[in-house]
Design a binder for this molecule. Structure first.
Ligand SMILES: [Zn+2]
Length: 172
């Protein structure tokens, strides 16, 4: 899966209205032929038809000028992406799902439960206490550099500068 940000989109993708300070708007990820594309919408355009490729979205807010960028992608967005990537078989999608799992473990949203082998592959079972659910994720045995690369693409795409890259490494 590749990533693409609509560069220079400081405003709504549909009406081109620029977002003002502290304005709330929607950011959405679209899965278009296995490329993630990020688009931003003002609240009035958000109600319009966005097509079938909508993968995940979140509400955000433009920070005040001269204020540090806020953590506006919360863990729900990562959890949502993780859940939606279940059963996807593209290697890049599986890699992304694994990196998301590491992040959610680090954030104590998931607990590591067990490791099993299935058809030569390592399957990690995660426990999600809030909903008393379990999830499985394949371990793609990524190298540190690969985890770093996916993390930095992810944070760029989501405009989320606070992902602790070092924290994602050496978790297993
Ligand atoms: Zn608009």
């Amino acid at each position: 899966m590749e990533w693409k940000i609509n560069k220079g989109s400081k405003g709504c993708i549909l009406c081109n209205k620029e977002f003002c300070e502290e304005e709330e708007y929607y950011s959405a990820l679209f899965d278009e032929n296995n490329i993630f594309i990020r688009k931003d919408y003002c609240t009035s355009c958000w109600c319009k038809d966005k097509g079938d490729e909508l993968f995940s979205f979140w509400k955000t807010r433009l920070p005040k000028k001269n204020k540090p960028v806020q953590k506006f992608v919360n863990n729900e967005v990562f959890l949502d992406m993780f859940v939606r990537l279940a059963g996807k078989n593209e290697p890049s999608q599986r890699n992304l799902r694994y990196v998301l799992a590491l992040y959610l473990i680090r954030k104590k949203i998931f607990k590591l439960k067990s490791f099993t082998r299935e058809n030569e592959e390592e399957l990690i079972t995660l426990y999600y206490p809030r909903e008393n659910k379990e999830f499985s994720v394949f371990n793609p045995h990524l190298k540190e550099e690969e985890i770093e690369a996916i993390t930095s693409e992810m944070s760029q795409l989501l405009n989320y500068p606070y992902l602790e890259q070092e924290a994602l490494i050496n978790t297993d």
